[in-house]
Design a protein around this ligand. Structure first.
Ligand code: PNW
Length: 493
């Protein structure tokens, strides 16, 4: 029998105390059940049909052991030629939504609208049209880590020319695909691009400028996002009626010593320097979190600098940035325990500025394919509640969540499905007990794929991909079969 919550488009928030079994509750009506991928991680065809190079092509081709076994995304899952196989997986799961990213340099080989690669346009038209023909709603990310190399050569995310190029690219995509795409993500995880790409250099473009590179890159990405949102608002929203946001990743953070004020403050800073760094300007007031500004400025003074390493937005820019997201797009993977750390004398870096040390609770299981991924489903509920309370109760989509297996990965991934099940239970609590306005959940990822610096050694897919076989066959893990049941029933069990 369907509960009230399963019918109609408005979820009914059941009181926590009533005699009602949460674990067998229906998800809200119209709940978006999705899976996510990204162009560089699945498409292959790195130089096919006029595609231009991007920073990940360059980074992987340079070798240097920055990627497991110097693997590349040259072939990956072959989705550029095997799209129909991906569609079969999507249909087998019964997804209502599929999130994928456009390869910027497949559409615009040098990153600018000076030249448009029609073959790229044709490919994404085929993907979008066949999703819609199968009643699957496309959710499209414009940029998921794969900046066109030509733009990187002009300074990449440290340069204003990339902000302008991104806005022009976004307008091109809205114009070309926006008649059919109604859910847009401008940038995937600006935190990861900034810190791993422009400070630590472990991801493309491999820039190592600790203490400055990440802040500068983040600053430009926030401006680029805001410019694209305004372009949509001004030129396309009325006609196309879609929504635009930015996908923000964050851990949940708990104080290492719950009663230590210093650790409590450090845990807050861990979230401030990751989620709030982007969410405060975009969702609240156009400016960085006060704690970030004061911490970084204090560190800079100690380092003898005359101005802060954190750039400032002008009043005009603040006005432009504030309010530029139509929903909250959250990527959640893990939780950390945080200790206060005194960094007065260390070299400048984002993590030194934060003065917070991460500790993983040894009692938490770790996903076998990613040493950083401690499995903490309840952390997601805490983070959702934090977002509700901090960002004025927004509509939230979890646009990524998943658990990797190491290679070789068993098709019977019972343990991994248990992690998904526990996570979905926490989501039900968030919706029905905490009243979080959660409208969808997307598994990372539809397929095993190129997991950045881990190459193909880390398998996040609902479908196994056999890279040894040139047909790149996709085979469902048990998690895929179980997820399909949840989607079909709109409830667990
Ligand atoms: C996300 N880290 O990125 C990305 O959006 C996906 O492309 C990726 O495959 C997925 O998470 C799984 O890793 C991350 O180093 C990249 O902590 C790096 C980290 C976390 C997330």
């Amino acid at each position: 029998m369907a509960s009230a919550a399963s019918t109609g488009s408005t979820p009914v928030y059941a009181p926590a105390a009533c005699n009602w079994n949460l674990e067998s509750a229906f998800f809200p009506g119209q709940f978006a059940w999705g899976a996510s991928t990204a162009a560089y991680q699945i498409e292959g065809g790195w130089d096919a049909d006029g595609k231009g190079p991007n920073v990940w092509d360059t980074f992987t081709h340079q070798g240097g052991d920055r990627v497991f076994k110097n693997q590349t995304g040259d072939v990956a899952c072959g989705s550029y030629t095997l799209w129909e196989e991906d569609l079969k997986c999507i249909k087998q799961l019964g997804l209502t939504h599929y999130r994928f990213s456009l390869s910027w340099s497949r559409l615009l080989p040098d990153g600018t609208t000076g030249f448009i690669n029609q073959k790229g346009v044709d490919y994404y038209n085929k993907v979008i049209d066949s999703l819609l023909a199968n009643d699957v709603t496309p959710v499209v990310t414009l940029y998921h880590f794969d900046l066109p190399q030509h733009l990187e050569d002009q300074g990449g995310w440290k340069s204003d020319s990339t902000v302008e190029a991104f806005d022009a690219y976004a307008q091109f995509c809205f114009q070309t695909f926006g008649d059919r795409v109604k859910l847009w993500i401008t940038i995937n995880e600006p935190y990861v691009v900034a810190v791993l790409g422009y400070e630590e250099g472990t991801m493309a473009p491999g820039v190592t400028e600790p203490g400055t590179g990440a802040y500068l890159a983040a600053h430009k990405m926030i401006k680029a996002h805001a410019a694209a949102w305004h372009s949509y608002d001004r030129l396309f929203r009325k006609q196309q009626g879609g929504l635009v946001s930015i996908a923000l990743n964050s851990d949940w953070a708990e104080p290492f010593e719950p009663n230590s004020l210093a650790d409590q403050e450090a845990a807050k800073r861990h979230i401030a320097f990751c989620l709030d760094w982007f969410a405060t300007p975009i969702f609240v007031d156009g400016d960085y979190p006060a704690i970030m500004k004061s911490k970084i400025s204090a560190m800079c003074k100690k380092q003898g600098l005359t101005s802060s390493r954190l750039p400032e937005f002008t009043q005009e820019e603040k006005k432009t940035i504030k309010g530029t997201a139509d929903f909250f797009s959250l990527n959640y993977y893990t939780t950390r325990k945080i200790k206060h750390q005194d960094n007065a004398h260390s070299q400048p870096s984002v993590s030194a500025d934060m003065e917070a040390e991460q500790v993983t609770d040894p009692s938490w299981p770790v996903a076998t394919g990613s040493s950083w991924l401690a499995v903490v489903p309840w952390g997601l509920r805490q983070l959702l509640k934090y977002i509700k309370d901090t960002y004025n109760h927004p509509v939230i989509y979890i646009t990524e969540n998943g658990f990797s297996q190491s290679d070789p990965a068993p098709l019977d991934d019972t343990q991994r499905w248990e992690y998904f099940r526990l996570t979905l239970q926490e989501i039900l609590k968030a919706i029905y007990i905490d009243g979080v306005h959660l409208k969808g959940y997307f598994v990372w990822s539809l397929l095993d794929n190129f997991e950045w610096s881990c190459g193909y050694s880390s398998r996040f897919g609902l479908f196994h991909v056999d890279y040894e076989n040139s047909a790149l066959p996709r085979v469902p893990y048990r998690s895929a079969i179980e997820y399909a049941k949840v989607i079909a029933n709109n409830r667990l069990i």
